[in-house]
Design a binder for this molecule. Structure first.
Ligand code: J2J
Length: 537
């Protein structure tokens, strides 16, 4: 058995014992969470997508039958499986089938291409890749075949839809699974980090910690069997999956409606048709919904809570939520590594509009510190460090990087700069990590810089965020050429290398030199300011 293994940084024994004794870790696997709900809410709708509905009983049964199919392919406890699915109900079935056998989904995004997938496969040693045949005019079977060429660990491609020579997902459903399952302390899934390193980092979340993540989220965002949660953001994202998201809804017998996209055209009719009560959006998406709400003919009156997170929501936009959508705003400041902060339904308006809430668990430990890790007074901006029952102690197979990303006593360095109010509410004021937050989607600057620097015409490259009214930020690359270069060449180069489209800089600026800091590093802050001052062309 691979078990949680040495690849995973466990919580110290005495801390784990404390989390168990306090009931944060309930000793229940995610597969058991669904099985319990199936017993209690069997005939209620669990998941609804554009094609069909699964009742709780059907979902549990399908997950169990698919688990047998996966097991017959040789997928076992501890094996990693790349799951790359668009927003369809089968995503949920696939994840729970893997949870049943203790196999570990690696939650990749539909936008990822060979560059990302090969690295994720190498990092995780994945044995299979689950994809949809085609989505958004792209053929994932061909993509998977390309990935398999570079990744000897990858044995099977499993396809939802027309298998085109690979294994058909539909053919895998067999008798209900009776084999062994995981322990609650095992790694349940690998989330992707927004990352600030050249190689993407994987986030090992255990059954115990992820189930608690969903339950604690339900304290901040209560759901019951009468609720309908709209999954409009990508289903694999931590926000959609677990804050309280799909997993939270399935814990309490609520219904998950999966929207194929977050567009107004898809989402508004779904809200009306299914009487959606809770929806989650990143700020860029929330703005589009707010702009369209005044003139829509759709009935949005069922909405009770609009969750917004993933990137900073401007107070001016936050103020529009109640008058425009007629529901409560909940700000969500979370991260796939763990910590989630929420504003609460009974918080005063000013708190809901101006802050990103309080940590959801009484066991969350928070430090706000200066550059030397010394605590700063409330009200003063500082680096946010955190530790707790659902925050990882280390990235997967990343011992060296972990020494930088965590303190010696196990606090995760979030890279976010926050101000803590005397009430405990956090306001995200800045970011110290080297990423661009493009409408909630994170781009690691170093990753793109490293690829650009391999281009023969590039002497040096620096990627920064350019403030943007709609997305919050866009990706800008400053490039020092060492040979004649067209801007279009660089975008083409990234596409040819198989980099996901959202990471390709929105603009390339060719320059003669970079500003440097006193210690001789490229001065990213100065470049960010320069980008901010440039007019859009
Ligand atoms: C400012 N920055 C924010 C916010 C996240 C719930 C919600 C979101 C995520 C997520 C998540 C922010 N205001 N409200 O996992 O469970 C930025 C911070 C943070 C990073 C994490 C969840 N909400 N951010 O966005 O792993 O910089 O998770 O560290 O994708 O997004 O990104 P990610």
């Amino acid at each position: 058995l691979t078990d949680a293994g040495p690849d995973f940084s466990p919580w110290p024994d005495e801390v784990a014992a404390r989390y168990r004794a306090a009931g944060y870790w309930a000793g229940v696997t995610l597969g058991q969470v669904l099985a319990d709900s199936a017993r209690r809410h069997g005939d209620r709708p669990a998941v609804v997508d554009a094609v069909r509905t699964w009742t709780y009983r059907q979902l549990d049964h399908d997950a169990s039958r698919l688990a047998t199919g996966f097991a017959r392919l040789g997928i076992g406890r501890g094996d990693r499986v790349l799951v790359q699915m668009p927003n369809v109900g089968e995503f949920v079935v696939i994840c729970f089938a893997l949870f049943r056998i203790g196999a570990v989904p690696v939650l990749t995004q539909p936008a990822h291409r060979t560059y990302e997938l090969v690295r994720l496969c190498e990092q995780s040693g994945a044995v299979a890749h689950v994809v949809a045949d085609r989505h958004a005019e792209f053929d994932y079977r061909a993509l998977s075949a390309q990935v398999a060429e570079s990744c000897p660990s990858l044995r099977s491609t499993i396809v939802h839809g027309d298998p085109g020579g690979h294994v058909a997902l539909a053919d895998l459903y067999a008798d209900p699974y009776r084999g062994p399952g995981p322990e609650a302390g095992d790694v349940a899934l690998l989330q992707l980090s927004g990352g600030s390193s050249a190689v993407p980092k994987l986030i090992p979340r255990t059954h115990d910690d992820y189930a608690y993540n969903a339950r604690a989220s339900l304290d901040a965002c209560p759901l019951g069997p009468g609720d309908v949660y709209l999954a409009a953001l990508p289903v694999a994202h931590n926000f959609t999956l677990c804050a309280p998201g799909i997993l939270g809804a399935l814990t309490v017998g609520a219904t998950v409606v999966v929207s194929p996209s977050p567009s107004v055209e898809k989402v508004f009719p779904l809200i009306e048709r299914h009487r959606v009560t809770v929806a989650a959006a990143v700020p860029a998406v929330a703005l589009r919904w707010l702009d369209a709400a005044d003139s829509t003919t759709c009935d949005l009156s069922s909405l009770r809570v609009m969750q917004v997170g993933g990137a900073r929501l401007k107070p001016s936009a936050a103020r529009r939520v109640r008058p425009t959508l007629g529901c409560t705003l909940q700000q969500v400041f979370g991260m796939a590594e763990g910590l989630i902060c929420y504003t609460r339904p009974d918080d005063p308006d000013e708190i809901v509009v101006e802050t990103q809430g309080v940590p959801m668990s009484p066991a969350d430990e928070i430090r706000v510190v200066d550059d030397d890790d010394r605590p700063v007074p409330d009200g003063t901006p500082g680096h946010l460090l955190t530790r707790g029952p659902y925050t990882i102690r280390g990235y997967y197979r990343a011992a060296e990087y972990n020494r930088k990303a965590f303190t010696a006593d196990g606090f995760y360095r979030t890279g976010d700069v926050v101000r803590r109010l005397p009430s405990g509410h956090l306001v995200v004021v800045d970011r110290a990590k080297d990423i661009v937050n493009r409408g909630g989607t994170k781009v690691a600057c170093e990753e793109i810089e490293e690829i650009l620097m391999n281009h023969p015409g590039v002497h040096n490259a620096a990627v920064v965020g350019k403030p943007d009214d709609v997305l919050g930020e866009r990706v800008w690359a400053f490039v020092i050429p060492q040979a004649p270069l067209e801007r279009g060449d660089l975008a083409d180069y990234l596409h040819e290398r198989g980099v996901a489209a959202y990471k390709v800089p929105d603009r390339f600026e060719l320059v003669q030199e970079f500003p440097f800091t006193a210690v001789g590093k490229v001065d990213k802050l100065a470049l960010r300011q320069r980008a901010a001052q440039e007019e859009e062309r």
